[in-house]
Write a protein that binds this ligand. Structure first.
Ligand SMILES: Nc1ncnc2c1ncn2[C@@H]1O[C@H](COP(=O)(O)OP(=O)(O)OP(=O)(O)O)[C@@H](O)[C@H]1O
Length: 902
């Protein structure tokens, strides 16, 4: 056949399929043969030069070219490449089935059969790729597409590397000579993080992450930011059923899947399972790997009834998860109108490279120099040398960087065995990592029960026991030295430790969420969310206090761990990490000084902890009966609330929002009181609740105005509605210490009574607002429940009347899609490709942009920082600081809902 050079004119460009960091992909039809449909990746020359992407484009082209020769079904085929003045064009197989990730999102998880089916195709493809001397290095569900039959196709070879065969102990392994580009944070391998080394086994690691994700719906390692993700990876800190840890709801996990994932997620790549061993695993028994036809069956060609059944069961299972946002929205109300959001220049999310951002940052934080000469400077360029640490003898002379801890602890082979380990007191027996935790691989194997199988440390997750040891506050001091770390030959190494920020005796009662109760719409849920808490406080406070009669010792460390122990320092029960993005705090007149009041923590839609303080007399008795130290209240006088924020700030490192923080700090309690004439808060409260009906009638605005009148305006005392006072006793006077404040409650139109402690928006609390809100909200609470109940067409069930639990089965109608992509996502990654000649390239509007516009005076984003930036820049622009911030997903949803209704 005569070869003819193709050009853009040979194709009719259709809709945009997506865009990446240096390209936009369009569906295109061959002008000469309309049956031929392709995906054409258009890369703007300007853009790739400006963004220094030439290297990746070249790699992608060369790799695809070389792999295309094998005609392997699992690889997206490159048919043609050509270019014109403005753009480069890659003509590829059109993946009509879209991304595997979208399918996963659609169904939440894949059932066993689908997971296995996809895994088999992935293994077959990865084996082929490796056989061609290529390492993909960025495997993840987004880079796996589906063709029209539902067969997998791996794409995006821009990070690929060709390998050299290295002989190690007589075994050959694929290893890339240099480690430049590294992939995506959640799938990046520990060897790359720690040693800048990338082998074929790194792709297998990513495969393990994907198998886990198929089963669990999310990748195994996911921190609130990349750095935390990295830490989780090198600590092998993952958990099956992360959302469902309580015994009642352990989901069935196929032990064969657990076994496979365990064999893959191994820190030392030399110990990681190989592809050929993987194929022998039980899960694949009966698979004829040479029978390509059976392996490469597309899921859309399978018996649809089976498929539907499988998917349906998953979708029911996951319905709640899919429809409930896992990110909180952040909302800023502002008196300014029509603010354009100051879009952050968003690099391709989660893509990382060794020489630019997060790995360097991460390593810097750990004090890592990967330079064998141990220069203190962080890695700034691409190291060409082998970055493995030289030897343990060498390490002894090195300053005890944090990486040494990882290195020593995570590389068992290079570390002398346990027999050399000196005997420490219990909590010192295991070498600790930077957080004073015993790294997974050297922790005592703890039996973890998964799906009825007792599995030694099956998921590699810290058990409560091991956590208890490692976090034991009494084993932790800031100045301890470890007599000798394994491998250190007795040289004293300063242990990096946890500091206790606060420790106090408390009553703690965990209120489990239960999947019973009325079904609530998303709107209802968000209305009930805050008010539910108020109700608990007002109606059940005393009861809960009585049920948790034994005081516990509550400890907060500067690593953000909050735990309580039954005894002094023993049997710690981790509650939650303060940095947990799903943690919210509800503060109701919690007064340490007078030891009265309540603090409620919520793990987003999972758990509620009701915390109250025993009287001082009880505490002193406890101290008297316990000989150990630690009985006294550590950091007496500083409120729990402040400690949370201090801890959060520490975890966040530098305060990126310093300006705003300062600004908000200036808005002291006094300022709120000075603003009494304005009365915005109260006006708002009264109008907000006028329409709500209570079980005993309408809650009139006048009753709320009475509430308003009863609120002390001058004193710095909490405001407690009589209904609250009735239940929780006399209002407690305390002056909340000013904390970083992002709200200006005297101006805000919506008060919030909850505060996410999420590092991103934790600063948005306002104790005062919370107090004021709680007072009014209590008055309307019963009404709300009543109203919600009629909405949900179920019987009225008091949340705590349901076996003492709170309803969480929030079934949200499908049409109520979480709007976290509505405003920003998809709107800021545009790569401007020049319109190909003669092609009717439509003016593409990115999905998400058009679906939702927030009200003019409101900015909504899933990125708090983005909001802060916007607020800052708007204020600068108009030379004022009248920006007003409030927060809460409820606000966003309410507005969304109103808009929809209109
Ligand atoms: N062959 C294809 N068929 C159908 N859709 C495709 C195809 N290739 C890419 N896409 C879609 O286009 C989007 C962009 O793909 P592209 O490979 O340019 O970027 P990426 O992989 O998302 O990002 P990057 O290359 O920057 O890592 C993909 O997310 C995918 O949804």
């Amino acid at each position: 056949m005569k070869y003819r050079k193709r050009s853009a004119n040979d194709f009719v460009f259709k809709e945009e399929l997506g865009h990446g960091s240096y390209s936009t992909v369009y569906k295109a039809i061959d002008r000469h043969d309309p049956n031929k449909i392709y995906a054409i990746k258009v890369c703007s020359k300007d853009h790739i030069i400006r963004e220094a992407k030439v290297k990746y484009v070249t790699i992608e082209k060369n790799t695809l070219n070389s792999l295309a020769r094998g005609n392997h079904p699992g690889i997206v085929k490159l048919y043609y490449t050509f270019h014109d003045k403005d753009n480069l064009y890659f003509v590829l197989d059109f993946a009509a089935g879209g991304e595997l990730l979208s399918l996963l999102h659609k169904y939440g998880t894949f059932n066993d059969r689908l997971s296995r089916h996809f895994t088999i195709q992935l293994i077959d493809t990865i084996e082929y790729i490796h056989s061609k001397g290529v390492i993909h290095r960025d495997l993840k569900p987004e880079n796996v597409l589906l063709d029209k039959e539902g067969k997998l196709m791996i794409t995006d070879f821009g990070a690929a590397a060709t390998t050299t065969l290295e002989s190690k102990n007589g075994m050959e392994s694929n290893m890339c000579p240099t480690s430049s580009f590294v992939g995506t944070a959640e799938y990046v391998s520990p060897e790359l993080l720690l040693y800048n080394k990338c082998t074929a086994s790194s792709d297998i690691w990513a495969l393990g992450c994907m198998i886990f994700q198929f089963t669990e719906g999310c990748p195994p390692f996911r921190g609130s930011n990349e750095l935390k993700t990295f830490e989780k990876i090198v600590e092998l800190d993952y958990l099956w059923n992360p959302q469902k840890c309580d015994n009642n709801s352990i989901k069935n996990i196929n032990p064969m899947v657990v076994d496979i994932v365990r064999s893959i997620l191994v820190i030392n790549d030399n110990d990681r399972v190989t592809i050929s061993n993987l194929k022998q695993k039980m899960w694949f028994s009966g698979i004829d790997w040479s029978n390509k036809a059976s392996i490469w069956q597309g899921i859309f060609t399978m018996d649809p009834s089976i498929l539907r059944q499988q998917l349906r069961s998953n979708s029911i299972d996951q319905g709640k998860q899919r429809m409930i946002p896992n990110k909180q929205l952040h909302v800023i109300d502002t008196q300014l109108k029509n603010i354009t959001i100051a879009k952050q220049k968003k690099k391709k999310p989660m893509k990382i490279s060794t020489n630019t951002n997060s790995i360097v940052e991460w390593r810097k934080k750990l004090g890592i120099s990967l330079n064998p000469n141990n220069e203190k400077t962080p890695v700034t360029g691409l190291p060409n040398n082998n970055l493995m640490f030289q030897s343990s003898a060498k390490q002894v002379q090195e300053p005890p960087t944090k990486l040494n801890f990882y290195h020593q602890n995570l590389m068992p082979k290079s570390v002398p065995q346990q027999s050399h380990t000196p005997q420490f007191p219990v909590s010192h027996q295991q070498p600790m990592n930077i957080y004073g935790q015993v790294p997974m691989q050297q922790k005592p194997q703890t039996n973890v029960k998964v799906d009825g199988i007792l599995n030694p440390a099956v998921n590699g997750k810290k058990s409560p026991e091991s956590r208890a040891k490692s976090y034991s506050p009494h084993a932790i001091t800031s100045t301890d030295t470890c007599p000798s770390q394994p491998g250190s030959h007795g040289s004293p190494i300063k242990r990096i430790t946890n500091h206790i920020l606060k420790q106090d005796f408390i009553y703690i009662c965990e209120i489990p969420f239960e999947a019973v109760g009325p079904e609530l719409s998303i709107q209802s849920y968000n209305r009930i969310d805050n008010d539910l808490i108020t109700d608990i406080v007002s109606k059940e406070g005393d009861f809960l206090k009585k049920t948790s009669t034994t005081p516990k010792l509550l400890t907060l460390t500067d690593t953000g761990h909050l735990m309580y122990s039954d005894d002094v320092g023993n049997n710690e029960n981790p509650i939650v990490d303060v940095s947990d993005s799903g943690l919210s705090m509800y503060d109701f007149e919690f007064d340490e000084t007078n030891r009265k009041g309540f603090l409620i923590l919520e793990k987003y839609k999972e758990k509620l902890w009701f915390i109250s303080l025993p009287p001082a007399i009880v505490v002193s008795q406890l101290c008297a009966t316990r000989v150990n130290s630690g009985c006294s209240i550590i950091n007496d006088g500083e409120s729990w609330v402040n400690c949370f924020f201090r801890s959060r700030n520490m975890l966040e490192g530098e305060d990126n929002n310093e300006n705003l923080t300062n600004k908000m700090r200036e808005l002291s309690v006094d300022e709120i009181r000075h603003d009494e004439d304005n009365n915005n808060v109260y006006n708002h409260l009264s109008t907000s609740f006028t329409t709500l009906k209570s079980s005993s009638g309408t809650v009139s605005s006048s009753s709320l105005l009475e509430t308003k009148k009863s609120l002390p305006m001058r004193q710095v005392t909490p405001v407690v509605h009589p209904s609250v006072a009735k239940h929780v006793g006399t209002p407690v006077a305390h002056k909340p210490t000013p904390i970083p404040r992002y709200n200006t409650p005297h101006k805000t139109k919506r008060s919030v009574s909850s505060t996410s402690l999420n590092g991103k928006n934790a600063g948005s609390t306002d104790l005062n607002t919370a107090m004021y809100t709680s007072a009014a909200a209590v008055a309307s609470k019963t009404a709300l429940l009543h109203q919600l109940n009629s909405e949900s067409s179920s019987n009225v069930v008091h949340p705590l009347a349901m076996k003492g639990s709170v309803p969480t089965e929030i079934m949200i109608q499908k049409e109520h899609k979480f709007p976290n992509t509505l405003v920003l996502n998809g709107s800021n990654r545009s790569v401007k490709t020049k319109k190909p000649p003669g092609s009717p390239l439509p003016n593409i509007v990115h999905q998400g942009e058009k679906k939702y516009r927030p009200p003019k005076n409101m900015i909504v984003s899933s990125s708090r920082r983005e909001l802060i930036n916007t607020l800052n820049s708007s204020n600068q622009r108009i030379g004022s600081d009248q920006g007003i911030a409030s927060s809460g997903a409820s606000a966003a949803f309410k507005n969304l809902q109103n808009r929809k209704n209109k």
